[in-house]
Design a protein. Structure first.
Ligand code: WTA
Length: 648
């Protein structure tokens, strides 16, 4: 890694908290103090916010590093904590979910409604034979049935594996196979820009071609499109719910029993099944939501992430519902029917806390200030950002044009693996640093280390690590302990390696730079370069492929592929289109390369390793430094020449 010494003139960049409430300030100070004095005591204290059916005996067990365990001996149920416990008082009639679809149709589910639907489905699933401990795959759009399905699984102790609805049939098949799911919950389709996304059709393809472990497919009606139902295998969601009882006893889960797995891209072709357990996860997400978003009973909270990503799991479902919040759920695109759809939703429901991603904000900037300006956004009191580094200019635009210069902006850094926010400002801070996730959440210990494992100097880029375990951390990779150890715990002993680069400024604020491994962050979605490469080389014409992330104005990074062809094949527009289609078909549209360059050779070290850094520099038009260590230094100039002619 290049060590960059860059001075940050931070003080002048700070934005004073426009809404500093004395009580919130005191809470932030107190939490940080508690968290730094004794993290375990801090988390033990926080665990009181969750209802346990059996109290835990020991807060933490670190004897088998890095297979950590939290809240030992405790028992609880996540769905009980998200629903049942809100029913005792007036909250039972509070809106849990306000749903709007792209066509503008709406549905509201109170906590009582959610309770009934989760119980009915949970009971129906049990009757179908779903067992405690078995993984149920969910492949659904952003509709209340997705939340109901997740909570129903949690209720009966069946870990869910949600596969993002934008993934292709092939990607779905791989994940189903890996989890050996006998049950799959899906919908007829999803809505996107006035068209339907054929989810059930993808399911049929995924299950059709090979022997599949799936025995039952449960289909929710959403688009109303006609879908073929295979007799004996396919069932309507409503029929399963109708077969269930109004009450289904929540399973008492051990704190360390799995709550879900969520597949995420890594640096090999095979996605990683990130496994989260119940007790620590619930406490981690509950606490971070409560304090980072300064949760208030009367809030209307909207997180625009998809349920298929960790943000949807932690901060659409488990954290807000466990806090008894009202959650807006929107199925559709931000520019349908026009580019002010989000602002009209905020105005319509008087949303007070809004959580979105930098890639979306950059789009809004591009579309123009007139869209948010034409709506009354005065209900907003707090904003959040997640998924990528937010450039200071983008932060400031968000702060001004969406928040009206009166909402604190929480830039939350975290990962599928971390489960919960690890680095974020708090609404009780006196000022914020646009562009920096700022500082660890109370009780969390992060650091920026250099190659030798020492703390990096101020302004020096290093590796972002977490030095102490935290409750919502993933526990392992599903069926792959070795990869868990190698990927995250082999760089520094006993320290969690995040895969991100970061630096700390003079005031200690942490600036996350982005991934330093072979993972691309496209519009806040992680995609492994190896995953795309392995699809490209499946094509008969392709000999070798190297995929890189290239800076992109809106998406943060865009995918560029450098491809060498086998003897007798030539690069052509048709081949370009065929390769892009192949990737989209195998993984999903989100992985489709933006550009493909056919090259006679790829730059390699003498030991034969492709140097992606050089390809990235070429793609971004940077000056190329020393290439003498290359096997064939000529390769770079020839690719550069070719790339230049392609760009112009
Ligand atoms: C990036 C999403 C800078 C980072 C919750 C991380 C961020 C990866 C931020 C995890 C942020 C997420 N500032 N970078 N506030 N939030 N990232 O697993 O590179 O989809 O490693 O989890 O997103 O992506 P994942």
């Amino acid at each position: 890694m290049k060590h960059q010494h860059q001075k940050n003139d931070v003080a002048s960049h700070r934005v004073v908290n426009p809404l500093l409430d004395q009580k919130v300030r005191e809470t932030a100070v107190k939490l940080r103090e508690m968290g730094s004095q004794d993290p375990l005591k801090f988390w033990a204290e926080m665990s009181r916010d969750i209802e346990w059916s059996k109290n835990w005996e020991k807060v933490f067990d670190g004897s088998n590093t890095p297979f950590y365990r939290w809240f030992l001996g405790g028992q609880l149920n996540a769905s009980y904590n998200c629903i049942d416990r809100h029913l005792a008082g007036w909250r039972r009639n509070k809106a849990a979910i306000i749903f709007e679809d792209e066509r503008g149709e709406t549905r509201v589910l109170t906590y009582q409604d959610l309770y009934r639907e989760v119980n009915r489905l949970a009971s129906g699933l049990k009757k179908l034979g779903v067992k405690r401990g078995e993984v149920v795959t969910i492949y659904m759009p952003m509709i209340p049935e997705s939340v109901i399905a997740m909570l129903a699984c949690a209720r009966i102790g069946a870990p869910h594996s949600v596969v993002f609805g934008g993934f292709s049939a092939d990607a779905l098949r791989d994940r189903i196979q890996d989890a050996s799911s006998r049950f799959l919950i899906t919908a007829d389709g999803g809505m996107r820009r006035g068209k339907s996304v054929p989810l059930k059709q993808n399911v049929d393809i995924a299950l059709g071609s090979e022997k599949s472990p799936v025995e039952k497919v449960i289909v929710a009606r959403n688009t109303g499109d006609a879908v073929p139902m295979q007799q004996g295998r396919d069932l309507w969601f409503d029929d399963v719910s109708n077969s269930g009882e109004l009450y289904c006893e929540p399973e008492r889960m051990d704190a360390e029993d799995p709550l879900f797995i969520l597949y995420s891209s890594g640096t090999t072709g095979k996605p990683k099944g990130i496994l989260h357990t119940t007790g620590g996860y619930m406490i981690g997400v509950h606490t971070t939501y409560k304090y980072t978003f300064d949760h208030r009973e009367e809030d209307i909270y909207w997180c625009t992430a998809d349920i298929g990503w960790i943000t949807g799991h932690s901060y659409i479902v488990y954290a807000p519902l466990s806090n008894g919040a009202t959650v807006v759920l929107y199925e559709g695109s931000p520019d349908y029917p026009s580019q002010d759809r989000f602002w009209s939703i905020i105005e319509k429901y008087r949303v007070s806390v809004f959580y979105t991603a930098p890639t979306a904000i950059r789009l809004f900037i591009k579309w123009g200030d007139q869209w948010p300006a034409s709506h009354d956004l005065s209900s907003l009191r707090l904003l959040g950002s997640v998924g990528e580094p937010i450039n200071p200019e983008v932060w400031l635009w968000y702060y001004k044009h969406i928040g009206g210069e009166k909402c604190p902006v929480m830039d939350t850094w975290w990962q599928t693996e971390t489960g919960m926010f690890l680095i974020t400002p708090l609404p009780g801070d006196e000022s914020f640093v646009p562009g920096a996730a700022t500082c660890p959440f109370p009780g969390v210990d992060v650091a920026v280390l250099n190659e030798q494992g020492e703390p990096a100097e101020t302004g020096e880029q290093g590796y972002l690590v977490v030095r102490k375990p935290w409750p919502a951390m993933f526990r392992t990779l599903y069926k792959d302990e070795e990869r868990y150890l190698n990927t995250y715990w082999s760089q520094y002993k006993g320290i969690y390696f995040t895969g991100d680069g970061a630096k700390q400024d003079e005031e200690g604020a942490i600036w996350v730079i982005g991934r330093i491994d072979d993972v691309i962050n496209v519009s806040g979605h992680r995609i492994g370069t190896a995953e795309i490469e392995s699809v490209l080389v499946e094509h008969e014409a392709v000999a070798e492929a190297a995929v890189i992330g290239k800076k992109h104005e809106i998406k943060g990074q865009a995918i560029a592929a450098f491809v060498t062809l086998k003897e007798g094949h030539n690069g052509s527009e048709e081949l370009d289109a065929a390769l892009k289609k192949l990737v989209a078909g195998r993984i999903g549209a989100l992985a489709r390369p933006e550009e493909i360059l056919f090259s006679a050779e790829l730059p390699k070290t003498r030991s034969g390793k492709i140097i992606r850094r050089l390809l990235r520099d070429i793609a971004e038009g940077k000056i190329i430094g020393d290439t003498t260590t290359l096997m064939d230094p000529q390769v770079v100039s020839s690719i550069k020449e070719k790339y230049g002619s392609m760009e112009s």
